[in-house]
Write a protein that binds this ligand. Structure first.
Ligand code: PRP
Ligand code: URA
Length: 219
């Protein structure tokens, strides 16, 4: 991460740099990594992002009795949730969120970057009807210029979602994209596994991992 003062952005949570995470990121960044390993190790990082993101949901006190007859002063989640994936690459993150949130509703926003200009084009939206009452996990593994995420957040807000109830889960980000999105939507939360250095002339993240969707879906 170059030229980025993370302390200025309390909205951003970066996964702790553990040896495990460094190994996983190295595998998926390696251009020699084959598709089945790319999927397997990306999925492992995505699972960590989902687990981290769940900590942003509100909880309330809940006491239970354990089989020993003792009282345990615990907690329970409050508030409804859903996930919304930015199609195509964001769909890769749906499996992990389904694994930890039973029966979660999943909305879709199809946005594609124009390959020449890198500008996002919105094609299709399908969201849960009561989305305005829910916390929303927005799913997209790559945050480059921030254009696609910004369009998606605008769509969510137009559907009545409160900005502060949007938790954007992301695998690789970069300073430009983070700044762009947070300038427009300062109340969202972003959980990312890595903040890379910059964008190249084609608006790809450097060092990055190339085109996530192509590598994950093999298309
Ligand atoms: C990729 C990625 C993000 C977007 C990030 O999608 O999954 O949605 O680019 O770039 P941005 O921050 O500059 O908007 P792409 O449009 O390539 O489509 P894909 O999901 O089909 O790969
Ligand atoms: N989309 C990707 O998949 N990778 C990038 O580096 C930028 C956009």
């Amino acid at each position: 991460m170059k030229n980025f003062n993370l302390k200025k952005y309390p909205q951003i949570t970066v996964l702790e740099t553990t040896p495990q995470l460094e190994v996983l990121l190295t595998i998926i960044r390696d251009k020699k990594t084959r598709r089945n390993d790319f999927i397997f190790y990306s999925d492992r990082i995505i699972r960590l992002l989902v687990e981290k993101g769940l900590n942003f949901l509100p909880v309330r006190k809940k006491d239970v009795l354990t089989p020993t007859g003792a009282k345990y002063k615990g907690k329970k989640f409050v508030g409804k949730i859903c996930a919304v994936s930015i199609v195509r690459a964001g769909e890769s993150m749906e499996k992990a969120i389904r694994e930890v949130c039973k029966k979660i509703r999943i909305g879709k926003i199809l946005i594609q970057r124009n390959e020449k200009t890198a500008k996002p084009i919105l094609f299709y939206t399908k969201l849960p009807k009561d989305i305005s009452k829910r916390y929303v996990f927005l799913l997209d593994p790559m945050l480059a210029t921030g254009g696609s995420a910004s369009v998606a957040i605008r769509v969510l807000k137009e559907a009545g979602v409160k900005e502060k109830k949007i938790i954007f889960l992301n695998l690789v980000s970069c300073p430009q994209g983070l700044k762009n999105v947070l300038k427009k939507f300062p109340k969202i939360k972003i959980v990312t596994a890595a903040i890379d250095n910059y964008l190249n002339k084609k608006a790809f993240i450097v060092p990055g991992l190339g085109d996530f969707g192509d590598r994950y879906f093999g298309t």
